[in-house]
Design a protein around this ligand. Structure first.
Ligand SMILES: [Zn+2]
Ligand SMILES: [Zn+2]
Length: 288
């Protein structure tokens, strides 16, 4: 069991705030790549990435209602999605998947590794599966997708890099440590979405049973604020102009602590903007 699977059950997504901030409305003119973290926390994860031609959702750890509302808040329609990509089977990444995919107007592919697909409770729903091997690259419309294995206590977890129109986006959450291979994959990302899950001290004195604490802290658990700081100091690419830190534990961390720790590590570096994804709220829209 991961930390995240303590918080939700398959097929049931925790409640999220109903009304997203109205300031997220965005006009489309001149935008060629658009990214919005619809939710990033232990209680639900989903990210929207689009070009003018292609729209994808990465993970569906929100209820269908929340996905629809949060897409609508940024001027997007779930029925226009071209694919749903899944990183791994933990409920905070897939709890809304079946309900969402079942009710879309068109049957779109769920792009997922075979092992992960086999571990998802589909019920009587027959998804259009488009399987890929962890570590392989593929294309969705005009978006190039590069998958890579991440160390996490799931059956076949992956992170992704997306490239379109010369823009590279890295998405890497739910990992026990940053492997050398991951560092190579996310190199030159313009926008990097990474987890900063827990504060080690808060985790140690927090409410979880010791066995769960050990798993969260372990090599297949989640990244602590300190490990992220080390990554920022030693490995964050100069090309990364926006760093979004997310998947923040609501029990063992605080967004302000994440911000303070990461800012210290950035050490006044002017060319990287830090954004902390508030648990349960959608992010601003990142446009290129
Ligand atoms: Zn997760
Ligand atoms: Zn997970």
């Amino acid at each position: 069991m991961s930390e995240t699977s303590l918080n939700s059950q398959p097929g049931f997504c925790p409640l999220q705030p109903l009304v997203p901030p109205v300031t997220l409305q965005l006009k489309r003119g001149g935008v060629i790549v658009k990214v919005c973290v619809l939710a990033s926390s232990s209680s639900g994860n989903s990210t929207f990435i689009a070009t003018e031609k292609t729209r994808i959702l990465v993970d569906a750890g929100l209820s269908r209602r929340d996905v629809l509302a949060r897409l609508a808040a940024i001027g997007e329609d779930a029925d226009e999605l071209d694919a749903i990509l899944i990183t791994h089977e933990h409920s905070d990444h897939i709890c809304g998947l079946v309900t969402l995919a079942r009710q879309l107007k068109k049957r779109i592919p769920v792009m997922i590794t075979r092992l992960t697909a086999d571990s998802i409770p589909w019920g009587d729903f027959e998804p259009v599966l488009d399987s890929f091997g962890a570590g392989t690259s593929f294309r969705v419309g005009d978006i190039d997708v590069n998958s890579f294995t991440i160390p996490h206590d799931a059956i076949d977890p992956v992170g992704f890099c997306f490239q379109a129109e010369g823009i590279k986006i890295g998405l890497v959450t739910d990992l026990g440590y940053v492997t050398e291979s991951i560092k190579v994959h996310i190199r030159r990302a313009d926008l990097l979405i990474m987890e900063s899950n827990h504060d080690l001290e808060m985790l140690k004195v927090g409410p979880y049973p010791w066995s769960v604490k050990q798993r969260v802290m372990g090599r297949k658990g989640h990244l602590s604020n300190d490990v992220v700081s080390e990554f920022i100091r030693n490995d964050l690419d100069v090309a990364t102009s926006t760093l979004v830190l997310g998947h923040i534990s609501e029990h063992n961390n605080h967004p302000e602590l994440v911000r303070e720790t990461a800012l210290r590590a950035l050490n006044g570096r002017l060319f990287t903007r830090l954004v902390v994804a508030e648990p349960r709220l959608q992010s601003e829209v990142f446009t290129y």
